[in-house]
Ligand binder design. Structure first.
Ligand code: AMP
Length: 607
């Protein structure tokens, strides 16, 4: 790990891309393939390969607490170091005590335990943590249940590392190395070190979702052996925003158009005997959707589908619709749950709107055009399937079971595709999508390939903005990266009678000059300093835009704005004239919220 940390320091010291690539390639050249494989994953800012669902679940607050404990510093001293050095990893390097010699304090205990731990250390450097050992510890941390168990493991790891290593261990835990390296640059280094082409490396990494495994294949000249593996999610193709129908048609003239559903993106991997559903973060979310798993069962062949899961009401159907998507706030109740109860399955039925197929008939389809994939998808969905529940049971028994306990089964819908070649046509589809309660349109080039993990101009999104809200800033935090020295993260509130209640937190939207001016103001108008955070005088009004309003127990208001963005400062507006909780409720109800409280959610929530 020491050599990995030193390499990161060298990478950070240059801004030149080619120099960074050369440093990484040199590091690979003097490492074993196993060690280099782990390093590629760490350099991509992850503890585990992309396909792997294991998560550390160690937050900034826990790391802060451990740093305070291991360094003996006060909150104020840590906060000052944080402002100066910019991230917790860099703070750790400054505040943790240097190790005497290279032998970790607890080495003798480790040695007594012997076996695996020592075998995993770098050869020839007994007592030092290897990158492989660190990943092994990460695995234990991910598997540990509960904060106390995780804290004990992180504490042990940090106390065995020297400060330079701890810096990068923490950066990997927080998911951001800040050395100017992205996974694409690591791919270039793998290509350079192995003499493969960048294209070969990119393709293998895309198929495997594992830059470490890709490096190992490259090292043995076997990149062409990389195959997509069922139940290992591929990256998702992403869309670029457009402002108007005219702009959209500037990219391609003959457009395929679908409604933009407000749910969660899901990749379904289906075999004859098993179905697993993955989220955009490549987490396995099958447990939240047992009904959808059943509805997708029984394909006569392996298939990988791409689509959006939405909350669904078949009662609210129009004359030509089988049903209608409900807003995200309804779906939210199904997310992030380990198990979904029968009543909840019935209360929040879902539909999977399938709009693409990535694998079928034993063939990876991503290089085929959208129009060809659409044809294959239509055939696949039209073919008869054997519903999961009836697979092994005689039909009388199924009928009898349903009579006792009717089971809700999710709907699988082929997302309808429309055509448009003029702005007027697009405008009409946009209005129709909105009338159906959907967010806007996805506009796709029928000639385009499926490009996993890339945001290109082959898929475009046209969305409506909801109304904006004028809110009051109640607390502020220092930002990250280049915003480290300035107060750029704002928690904001609306009025509930004479009280301000928080509804969200926003990070972006102001210019650097505005942020600098606001920082000066907030420093002078702090009511309470709490380490990272300052409670400030509630005087500053912001106008914020957002995707929608959700029920949330995260904020005192009981609501949260989803994806809030600062539109502008409103120095013209006194805080007393900011918006109220009634207005938030009104927007929530207008968007079709169902009023039920939802707890934690698996989707990104505003802070
Ligand atoms: P955004 O999250 O605003 O970047 O918009 C892109 C997201 O829209 C995708 O990741 C999907 O989750 C979602 N989406 C909704 N409907 C569609 C559709 N018909 N085709 C592709 N993506 C869709």
């Amino acid at each position: 790990m020491k050599r990995f940390a030193q390499t990161c320091e060298q990478i950070a010291a240059t801004t030149k891309k080619l120099a960074k690539i050369a440093i990484i390639a040199d590091y690979f050249a003097v490492s074993t393939p196993e060690e280099a494989a782990v390093a590629t994953i760490f350099l991509s800012g992850r503890p585990f390969p992309a396909w792997d669902e294991a998560r550390l679940q160690v937050g900034g607050a826990l790391l802060w607490r451990l740093l305070r404990e291991l360094s003996g510093k006060t909150d104020q001293e840590l906060a000052a170091a944080y402002r100066r050095w910019g991230d917790l990893g860099a703070v750790a390097e400054q505040v943790l005590p240097a190790k005497e010699g290279t032998k970790p304090a607890s080495a003798s205990r480790q040695e007594q335990r012997g076996g695996l731990v020592n075998a995993l250390r770098e050869p020839g450097s007994r007592g030092e943590l290897s990158a492989i050992e660190v990943q092994n510890r990460f695995r234990q941390i991910a598997e540990a249940r509960g904060t106390a168990a995780k804290a004990a493991l992180v504490r042990e790891l940090l106390s065995q590392a020297n400060p330079g290593e701890a810096k990068y261990i923490i950066k990997i835990i927080t998911g951001d190395l800040r050395i100017g390296v992205k996974e694409s640059l690591v791919e270039e280094a793998v290509a350079k070190a192995s003499g493969s082409t960048l294209q070969e490396v990119e393709r293998a990494n895309m198929l495997l979702g594992d830059i470490g495994r890709t490096l190992q294949l490259a090292a043995s000249g076997q990149l062409s052996q990389a195959r997509m593996r069922l139940f290992h999610p591929l990256g998702f193709m992403l869309a670029s925003p457009v402002e108007s129908p005219e702009e959209a048609l500037g990219y391609f003239e003959d457009a395929w158009v679908e409604d933009k559903y407000d749910g969660i993106r899901a990749q379904a991997h289906c075999s004859i005997s098993e179905v697993r559903i993955f989220s955009r973060t490549r987490d396995d979310i099958t447990q939240s959707f047992p009904d959808l798993r059943d509805a997708l069962a029984g394909f006569p062949q392996d298939a990988v589908l791409d689509g959006e899961i939405v909350a669904w009401s078949s009662l609210a159907a129009g004359p030509d619709e089988p049903g209608r998507a409900l807003p995200f706030s309804v779906l939210q109740q199904r997310l992030g749950r380990k198990a979904v109860s029968e009543p909840l399955l019935r209360q929040v039925p879902v539909a999977y709107h399938v709009f693409d197929v990535l694998y079928a008939n034993g063939e990876l389809l991503i290089d085929r055009s959208l129009s060809e994939r659409a044809r294959i998808l239509d055939g696949l969905l039209a073919a008869p399937r054997v519903p999961a529940r009836t697979q092994a049971l005689p039909s009388q028994l199924v009928l009898a079971l349903d009579a006792v306990e009717p089971r809700s089964v999710a709907t699988v819908v082929r997302a309808p595709v429309f055509r448009a070649s003029s702005p007027e046509e697009l405008e009409r589809w946009f209005e129709a999508a909105q009338a159906r309660g959907n967010e806007g349109l996805m506009i796709k080039n029928p000639q385009s390939r499926y490009t996993p993990g890339r945001r290109g101009k082959s898929w475009l999104k046209l969305k409506r903005e909801l109304a904006t809200l004028d809110v009051v800033v109640t607390a502020v935090e220092y930002g990250h990266g280049k915003r480290i020295g300035v107060l750029s993260d704002y928690t904001f509130a609306v009025w509930k009678g004479a009280e301000l209640v928080n509804v969200g937190k926003a990070y972006s939207g102001l210019s650097d000059a505005e942020i600098a001016a606001m920082t000066r103001w907030f420093l002078e108008h702090t009511l309470e300093e709490e380490g990272f955070r300052r409670v400030v005088e509630p005087k500053i009004v912001l106008e914020v835009a957002f995707n929608n309003v959700m029920r949330s127990d995260r904020h005192t208001s009981g609501y949260a704005l989803r994806f809030p963005r600062i539109v502008r400062l409103r120095p013209d507006k006194p805080a007393e004239e900011a918006d109220t909780i009634e207005r938030v409720k009104e927007i929530y109800e207008k968007q079709g919220g169902n009023g039920s409280a939802a707890g934690s959610s698996g989707e990104t929530l505003p802070g």
